[in-house]
Design a protein around this ligand. Structure first.
Ligand SMILES: C[S@@+](CC[C@H](N)C(=O)[O-])C[C@H]1O[C@@H](n2cnc3c(N)ncnc32)[C@H](O)[C@@H]1O
Length: 442
């Protein structure tokens, strides 16, 4: 079961469809001397690459797993380990595919074992490497290029976030990408809707069409889930988001795509020519509220079903806690809560040559300071942390299904050995790729 999710439905869309949270990071005067804000990664990336070629910075060893395969710290870690506590190995003496490693002075591109695309890796469990990459142009390119592209994307995102009109520009480019191939986009998201309906039927024993009030949190650009649920008979649906991403014409385009894919003779969803999108959505019982902060302006226990899809990989834990509490408030007792989360590094979708768990190689401070940005603000939480957050809300968990964590995923994880802050989490947990949960309001 654990493997079925991601593979079964090709679950999760590309990162480019993710996470526009127009939040600006506040720049504290304490950090002003670091030039930490938006343009820094661009300059930083170029400088660090240049420095790496000069061998200016030392490198560090990959993580060191224990005999049982779990990553073992040399001493207990509190999540902010002392750098000196990290195991050191011989990596600095070889020049392997490149990955940034960050210390007090900012990111560095250093020799880092095991970041060759295509697997194979350089580092082994003990930090000694039988498979030592040799310095050659193909080897260097294979490792450097994905990291350079990753850094370039991060730099561009952060730069765009800083310039006037940048967010609008970014948004336009993103929309163009989505609508270039709307049928594929809709097919992926329709599979998610069908999966939810199946989970409700098989695990919850209820047909989605019997649930008349549905709230979709973080609904995004394309209302595929609500329009598909409408086909199943859900009569009142509220869509909310922190950013007003969806437009009326988007909804019409989605309905047209769903109609194209529907069996012959199915009732069309799309509006007749001339009907305004707002009126049409109203007629279908669909209302859109964005930007909609928490708490939401809806009465307690006013929904039968709350869904949140591909959202919880972005917010900070406190926000996730608040989202779960709000879902619990809005659901009637016995109401259903479905969430799904992508747990891999979304930048891997942008560049498949980048290790799928690349983002775990950084400390929290480094990730926040150099890589995280308003367009892809990944929280990097693993399933155990998601479970703790959900356990704090009044839900019974009926289905907790994960994908990933198998030998291939662990091999992929080892291509970009995780930072010491993750050593206390077993490798199989770190290498999970997706999570889907069905919970019931107590
Ligand atoms: C990858 S999109 C997913 C959209 C849609 N749920 C889907 O599956 O197609 C992520 C969405 O999460 C929203 N989001 C990000 N942080 C959020 C938060 N704290 N609360 C609610 N939505 C949030 C974004 O605005 C965006 O619409």
């Amino acid at each position: 079961m654990g493997q079925s999710l991601g593979a079964g439905i090709g679950f999760f869309p590309r990162p480019d469809h993710a996470d526009v949270v127009f939040r600006r990071r506040r720049r504290s005067s304490r950090h002003a001397h670091h030039r930490p804000n938006l343009p820094a990664p661009l300059g930083g990336s170029v400088a660090q690459l240049a420095a790496s070629w000069r061998g200016a910075w030392p490198s560090e060893s990959p993580a060191r797993p224990g005999g049982d395969g779990a990553w073992k710290p040399r001493r207990p870690l509190d999540g902010h380990p002392d750098r000196s506590a990290r195991p050191r190995g011989p990596v600095g003496r070889r020049l392997a595919p490149v990955g940034p490693f960050v210390g007090d002075r900012g990111p560095r591109v250093v020799a880092c074992a095991g970041s060759r695309p295509g697997g194979g890796g350089g580092g082994d469990a003990a930090g000694t490497t039988p498979d030592q990459p040799r310095l050659g142009l193909p080897t260097l390119c294979a490792g450097v290029c994905p990291m350079m592209r990753f850094m370039a994307k991060v730099a561009i995102q952060r730069l765009i976030g800083a310039i006037p009109g940048g967010p609008a520009l970014y948004e336009r480019a993103r929309r163009r990408r989505i609508f270039d191939d709307i049928d594929s986009e809709v097919a992926v998201k329709r599979a998610v809707a069908e999966r939810y309906a199946s989970v409700l039927r098989t695990v919850g024993g209820v047909e989605v069409g019997a649930l008349s009030n549905h709230l979709e949190m973080g609904s995004g650009w394309l209302p595929v889930l609500p329009l598909t649920f409408r086909r199943y008979g859900v009569t009142r649906q509220v869509l909310t988001d922190v950013a007003p991403l969806m437009r009326g014409e988007d909804a019409v385009a989605v309905a047209a795509a769903l109609d194209r894919a529907a069996p012959v003779g199915a009732q069309p969803l799309a509006p007749p020519p001339g009907e305004a999108a707002d009126r049409w959505l109203e007629r279908l019982g669909i209302r859109y509220h964005a930007p909609q902060p928490l708490p939401m302006p809806f009465p307690d226990a006013s929904f039968d079903l709350v869904t949140i899809t591909q959202v919880l990989q972005y917010p900070a834990p406190d926000v996730i806690r608040a989202i779960h509490q709000e879902a619990a408030r809005l659901l009637r007792p016995g109401g259903w809560y479905i969430l799904s989360v992508e747990l891999a590094d979304l930048y891997h979708h942008f560049d498949p040559a980048l290790p799928r768990f690349n983002f775990l190689r950084y400390s929290e401070a480094t990730w926040r300071r150099w890589f995280n940005n308003p367009y892809t603000p990944l929280n990097r939480l693993r399933t155990t942390q998601h479970r703790e957050l959900l356990a704090a809300a009044p839900f019974d968990i009926l289905l907790w299904e994960t994908a990933g964590g198998g030998p291939d995923d662990i091999a992929e994880l080892r291509r970009a050995p995780p930072h010491a802050a993750f050593f206390h989490i077993p490798e199989a947990e770190l290498a999970r790729t997706n999570l889907i949960v069905l919970a019931r309001r107590r």
